[in-house]
Structure formats: C-alpha cells, structure tokens
Design a protein around this ligand. Structure first.
Ligand code: DI6
Ligand code: FE
Length: 420
C-alpha cells in the first residue's frame, strides 16, 4: 500500500516557512499529503521511491507554483444591506467620519443586520465568502459588530460559524461588540460598554461563538480605557484579543493591545514608534488593510519601515465590509499592499499566509507548508510567486486543497444563493 494519499510532483513550492531563502522556496519539488496533513515536502530528486509507489494519487503540477492556502485574517463579511448610498455621498465630498457622526456608517449596517434573519445573513455571506475561496483562501476570519445587542451579535457569529460549516473553508470568528455605539445608548457610552462586559462577552463565551474579541479604539469608536475593560472581560473568559487601532488617529491603542498580549493590532496608519516598539516586544502582529486605506482615500501610510526596523510581523487582510472596504478580494490586497504601501511581493505573500495565521493564533496548523501542518494548499498558474502581487483583477488560481481535499468549485460553491 502506498504511504501517502496524494502527491503533487514536478512543481515549485513557496512554502513561506522561514528557511533563509526567499519564499522558503523549493524548486523542482514535490509535496505529499496523508489524512489531511502534509506528510512530505522536498526536491524531486530526494523522493525515496517513484511517485506511483509512494502515493495512490499522483498529480503532475509542471509549470505551477504551490503556496499555503491564503488566509484573510480580518473581515466583517456577515452583514445586512449595503452602503452604496454612502459611497455616493463620499463621492460628493462627505467624509467617513462625518457620515458616522450623522448617524450613518456602522450604525446603518447595524439596522440592516438586526433586521435580517440568521438564514438571510448566511445567504448573503455565501457569495462573498465564495469569492475569497475562489481566490485561494482556505481560512477567513469573520467579525461580528453589526448587531450591537446580545442576540443580534450572537446571530452574526452563528451565521459566520454556519458559513464555515457550509463552505470548504476554515472560519475563525471574532466578537466585536465594541464596534460602535447603538442609538438606544446615545449619551450613555459607559453603559453600553458595561453591557458588552457584563452581558455580551459572557454570552459569547458560553455559546462558544467566538475565537477572539476585538474592539474599535478610535475617536468615533471607543476610548483606550473602555477598550481595556473589554480586554479584561475577554481574558477573564479565556478569549484572546485583537484591536482596530490607530486607523484615523493615535489613541495609544496598539500599545494597549500589546500590553494584553493581543494577537494583532489592525489598521495602524497613525501608530507612533513607541506603539511599534510595544508591539514588537509583545509579538503582536501588525495587520494592514489597504482596501480601507484606498476606499477612504487615506494619505498617511502605515509605517512599514518602523515595523521592519523593530521586527514586527506584518499581515495583510481585506477588511471586507460594506462601509470602508467593499472588496472581498485578498489577491487585490496583495497588489495594493505593494503598490500603495511599498511592501515587497514576498512580504505581501507572507502577510496573507504565515503572518495572517499568527494574527489568528492558528499558526501551529496553518500558514506555511511544513510537514505536520494541515494540507491547505493553493496551486497557481504562475511562473514566479511575485505574480500573486503583480496581477490585479486577475485570478491565476488553478486548484485549491482544503484540509487535504481538492475543492470542487462547481459543486461546493454552487449552493442556493450563490451568484452565478
Ligand atoms: N474599522 C473598519 O475598517 C471597519 N470597522 C472598523 O472599526 C469598518 C466598518 C464599517 O464602516 O462598516
Ligand atoms: Fe475592520
């Protein structure tokens, strides 16, 4: 009997493991899987026997590259309605902050999300998540934060979990109750935070609905002190934390997140060097979101050189949401992070694989091609890995393997509610 289930041969691998050579690459190599995990990786010439003697299924991948399945570590993809009207208002000169202060923004998506049933949220989420999968994503994080009351937050998180159970993708969920102040708490922000702490986090933990807790620490969101209360409650319930920090202004959020051992701090255009130092010391990943930067026409770049200088790992994510990043495409983010943020294509790919896995705390199993990790692989029709950042609005994915199983796009993504 063959040792392995499947082997891909005559291929190039960007393992993204830290091996000292660029992309952790193995040229003229092979990768074998057994029981949903990676069983062997190496050069063709070091295969112990003929491929047919080693695996029941041999796939010739001549001319292709295999990378880890991509990981989108920051999305808000479960929501009701859209914000196309605000898009048009911004084109007329209104700013994102003005719209938010006038009762639009996150709160308008809250209303549409509260009005939607869990089934409706799942249906709306299927084509969005399918779009990420078609581009090579095998893990996607989904946040709540458009319910802003216990039952509606849980509904969003359950919809996110159901999407992960329905589609061939690993979904990690994050509770973001401290995203915006719901209108019924106007003038009583402290009371709302108390509700997040006393009622929502315990309910989320009790239901096993979230893998992490996030907050929006910002002048139009919550203060550092309020965020700290949320973090303490999360930790008391055994949930790791992450933070929307320094997106529009410097609130010291990244340093606070680091103090709580946060897995990531996200956005960070306005972070100070002290904030970067604190993240480095805590091993907190910097998640950069070029889609929001582009959509809001931001001009202050995140300080990539400071992250490099202090050795902070950088991840890249879509931030897919109806307001500031209506773009469910991680490949587009790879291109934007190079063109707009001047990251290298190798940094960008590490940001959507190895470092994104760290930002979600799933790096023991995912994010690189290494023996023992889950077989989440993306096979690409490209000649060099930098092409994943080079092309835009073009998808060179050839094949996707989720937990050792080849994804059948026709069958598995053609579900009721999936747009053709
Ligand atoms: N920052 C973001 O990028 C999203 N949430 C946040 O706090 C945007 C959410 C939205 O505008 O709907
Ligand atoms: Fe976000």
């Amino acid at each position: 009997m063959a040792d392995w289930d499947t082997i891909w041969i005559n291929t190039s691998l960007a393992t993204m493991a830290v091996t000292g050579n660029s992309y952790g690459q193995v040229k003229n190599g092979a990768i074998a899987i057994k029981n949903s995990r990676i069983a062997w990786i190496g050069l063709m010439e070091t295969l112990p026997k003929k491929p047919e003697a080693l695996a029941s299924n041999v796939i010739d991948a001549t001319g292709k590259w295999i990378t880890p399945g991509l990981i989108d570590c920051h999305t808000h993809l479960v929501f009701g309605g859209s914000r196309v009207g605000e898009f048009e208002q911004r084109l007329q000169g209104a700013s994102y902050e003005e719209i938010s202060r006038n009762g639009g923004g996150i709160v308008s998506t809250m209303a549409a999300t509260r009005n939607a049933s869990e089934d409706e949220l799942i249906k709306a989420g299927i084509p969005r998540l399918s779009n990420l999968i078609r581009e090579g994503c095998t893990t996607v994080e989904i946040k709540s934060g458009y319910g802003l009351e216990t039952s509606a937050e849980l509904k969003q998180l359950f919809a996110a979990r159901a999407l992960g159970a329905t589609l061939p993708v690993n979904v990690q969920t994050t509770f973001l109750g401290a995203h915006a102040l719901p209108p019924e708490f106007k003038g009583r922000q402290g009371d709302y935070i108390e509700k997040v702490i006393e009622e929502m986090i315990p309910a989320v933990a009790e239901n096993g609905a979230a893998d992490a807790v996030d907050a929006f620490c910002e002048n139009i969101g919550f203060t550092a002190a309020e965020t700290e209360g949320v973090f303490k409650a999360a930790q008391a319930h055994g949930l790791p934390v992450k933070l929307h920090a320094e997106q529009l202004s410097d609130q010291g959020g990244a340093a606070l997140a680091a103090r709580f051992g946060a897995m990531s701090a996200d956005h960070l255009e306005f972070i100070s060097e002290d904030g970067v130092r604190a993240m480095a010391a805590a091993g907190t990943v910097a998640v950069l979101l070029p889609g929001a930067f582009y959509t809001l026409r931001e001009t202050q770049l995140p300080p990539i050189d400071l992250f490099r200088k202090h050795g902070v790992d950088i991840a890249i994510a879509s931030d897919f949401n109806p307001g500031s990043s209506p773009m469910p495409s991680l490949l587009l983010m790879l291109n934007m992070s190079c063109t707009m943020f001047r990251m290298t294509p190798e940094e960008a790919l590490a940001g959507a694989t190895r470092n994104a896995a760290r930002a979600l705390g799933v790096d023991a199993d995912r994010g690189t091609l290494e023996v023992g990790k889950l077989a989440d692989l993306a096979v690409w029709n490209i000649e060099q890995p930098a092409e994943l950042s080079y092309w835009a609005a073009y998808n060179p994915l050839d094949m996707l393997i989720q937990g050792g199983t080849v994804v059948d796009f026709e069958k598995e993504l053609t579900l009721p509610g999936v747009m053709a």
